[in-house]
Design a protein around this ligand. Structure first.
Ligand SMILES: [Mn+2]
Length: 195
């Protein structure tokens, strides 16, 4: 199985991330931020990437460092597990509805980090969770995973639904992109020969 384990410790957070790309979406995520755990569970479940994440962070300040740093560590884990990217489909996209929310995610495991984010939430908070942290997470994931990532909320009136649809859409797109292409399982999917 293509897998990776990343541990990352700073003055702000202490994180471990274990993933298996060829999994079944088994997850056990405990970050100290309840809503974020719920989102990471969706990411694992719908990407079919097995995922175990632990984070002890300075949530007495706010959730920012924990969410951002888990994004960094998960991005590093994805990059490591993908290795030279031989045989992968590379691209993935998903148009995902969740009640009022409709979110489109398109991504390229290009090695070139780029985030286009057009998914503003109508409220500042979901429970105690700052909605602006959803973008922070995907920015960190894109940067450290080497992922070109476009996320557009085409519709939505409920912040919980928009955020959850974004995580599910990215999960579905990731599932497609990391999967092995049986028609070209021995080649790196680039005319440059490297990603
Ligand atoms: Mn939910």
């Amino acid at each position: 199985m293509r897998s990776a384990t990343i541990t990352r410790k700073t003055a702000e957070t202490d994180i471990s991330v274990e993933i298996g790309l060829d999994g079944t979406g088994v997850y056990d995520n405990q970050t100290g931020v309840g809503f974020f755990d719920h989102m990471l569970d969706q990411l694992a479940r719908h990407s079919l990437i097995d995922m175990t994440i632990r984070c002890t962070g300075d949530t007495h300040i706010d959730d920012h460092h924990s969410v951002e740093d888990v994004g960094i560590a998960l991005g590093q884990a994805l990059s490591q597990a993908l290795g030279d990217k031989r045989g992968i489909r590379r691209y993935g996209a998903c148009l995902l509805p969740m009640d009022d929310a409709l979110v489109r995610a398109a991504l390229d495991l290009s090695g070139r980090p780029y985030l286009v984010w057009n998914a503003e939430m109508p409220t500042q908070k979901i429970g105690s969770f700052d909605t602006e942290l959803v973008r922070e997470f995907f920015q960190a994931l894109s940067t450290h995973g080497g992922i070109t990532l476009h996320v557009d909320a085409l519709h939505g009136i409920n912040s919980h639904h928009i955020a959850e649809a974004a995580f599910k859409a990215v999960a579905r797109a990731l599932r497609e992109a990391v999967e092995t292409d049986p028609r070209k399982s021995d080649a790196v999917p680039s005319t440059k020969g490297a990603l």
